[in-house]
Design a protein around this ligand. Structure first.
Ligand SMILES: C[S@@+](CC[C@H](N)C(=O)[O-])C[C@H]1O[C@@H](n2cnc3c(N)ncnc32)[C@H](O)[C@@H]1O
Length: 390
């Protein structure tokens, strides 16, 4: 294996178990290194620190897969995949749809694998993982015996690594739809066309937590609803009416399909921009007992954080104006750069501006099959608050 030598700052990062090493933390790497090649990592004074893979074209050139132990990357993959599967078994997830491998969260930076009732949806997002494709697939097939595997690797992330994009069935067969259930609620997942790896599995527990606040006669507004996850759970818990809003035509047809699967009949779907919708809804004088705000990531980088917070303030403030007394707002951010304290701060501003008192009833996070590693802060990306109007 080729050798990469770190600066002192890089060594400190490895000693605190950071799996990501940046350009400015690297002292020296061989000039002829191949994109994604396996490397041994050393401190400035020659101490062995671990193994990983290297891509000089990437914003994160070095990703560590094993700390302080000399192993081949193939061996690491063969060990880590069954360990991750076993961890999911121990979590006792109440669903036949769950995340099997969560990149850094399972010590396999650059690899994401989701399980949908016997089928797998995978993302190989780095050049290093791409070189391990064969051993990854063979290990998944050995331990999970899937009926089919689809490659849904992320276009933007792969571009950053200088890789072409994949989106195709790579093993067995993938049906047009797979039905999963979570806590007794059914969802159709269209692996060939859905967003992300297929379904927003990370919100599973939060959909249940929020639905537990539904009382008889509640009117619910599900903003950025995607396939209707929150609204359909609410409908099953007895909400009298649900309005879904999403900008995507695919999402709209999935909401209809999922309402039908769950016998939800009293609903309306608005295909459009939530920001415009909120203004129009206020003018109409509509009111709701529970509003969910679950937008896509507003801040993919730290630089986008301020703009993202302005977006959140607008959404919370305008939702408060549509909220009945004793009503609830569930607000989520799926961006690492927007922390829970930031959501609290903008909620306080929206509360002051609307002269409305709010109580935090729940603090929410991604579900447990998306593990959070203490030493890798980016693994905690999804945060939410349930606010009650008091
Ligand atoms: C994080 S997903 C929501 C996941 C969903 N709550 C669930 O439980 O599965 C965000 C959704 O927002 C939609 N979206 C993005 N920008 C939008 C906009 N400006 N107005 C309405 N929907 C938007 C996307 O199409 C996507 O379905």
């Amino acid at each position: 294996m080729k050798k990469v030598i770190l600066k002192k700052s890089g060594e400190r990062a490895v000693l605190s178990f950071s799996q990501w090493i940046y350009q400015n933390q690297i002292k020296k790497y061989p000039p002829n290194i191949q994109k994604g090649e396996a490397v041994e990592v050393y401190s400035p004074d020659g101490r062995f620190l671990g193994v990983g893979y290297f891509n000089p074209e990437s914003k994160i050139p070095l990703r560590i897969l094993s700390f302080f132990e000399k192993k081949s990357l193939e061996e690491i993959v063969k060990e880590r995949i069954p360990t991750a599967i076993q961890h999911r078994k121990e979590l006792n997830i109440n669903s036949n749809g769950y995340r099997v491998i969560h990149s850094e969260g399972d010590f396999l930076s650059g690899l994401v694998v989701d399980y949908y009732d016997g089928y797998l949806s995978i993302q190989i997002n780095t050049a290093g993982m791409e070189r391990l494709r064969e051993v990854i697939l063979n290990t998944l097939i050995k331990h999970l015996s899937p009926k089919g595997i689809i490659d849904k690797s992320d276009e933007k992330v792969r571009q950053k690594e200088g890789l072409p994009t994949e989106n195709k069935v790579i093993y067995g067969e993938i049906p047009d739809r797979v039905i999963i259930q979570e806590y007794g609620v059914k969802f159709a997942v269209h692996l060939k066309e859905g967003q992300k790896t297929g379904f927003f599995l990370d919100q599973r527990q939060n959909r249940k937590v929020v639905a537990n606040y539904i009382k008889e006669g509640f009117k619910v507004l599900d903003l950025f609803s995607n396939a209707g996850g929150f609204g359909i759970h609410a409908g099953k818990k007895g909400a009298s009416f649900v309005k879904f809003v999403d900008i995507s035509t695919t999402a709209v047809s999935q909401i209809k399909e999922n309402c039908k699967l769950n016998n939800i009949t009293n609903y309306q779907i608005v295909e459009g921009d939530v920001f415009d919708f909120l203004k129009e809804e206020r003018e109409k004088g509509e009111r709701y007992n529970l509003i969910v705000i679950d937008p896509p990531s507003f801040a993919k980088t730290h630089r986008e954080k301020e703009g993202g917070l302005r977006g959140f303030k607008y959404l919370i403030l305008n939702s408060i104006k549509l909220l009945e007394k004793k009503g609830y707002i569930a607000v989520f951010s799926c961006s690492y750069h927007i922390q829970q304290e930031d959501l609290i701060k903008v909620s306080i501003e929206a509360s002051k501006d609307t002269k409305t008192q709010l109580r935090i009833t729940e603090f929410m996070y991604q579900d447990k099959d998306h593990p959070v590693l203490l030493n890798m802060p980016n693994t905690l990306y999804l945060k939410g608050l349930l606010l009650e109007r008091v």
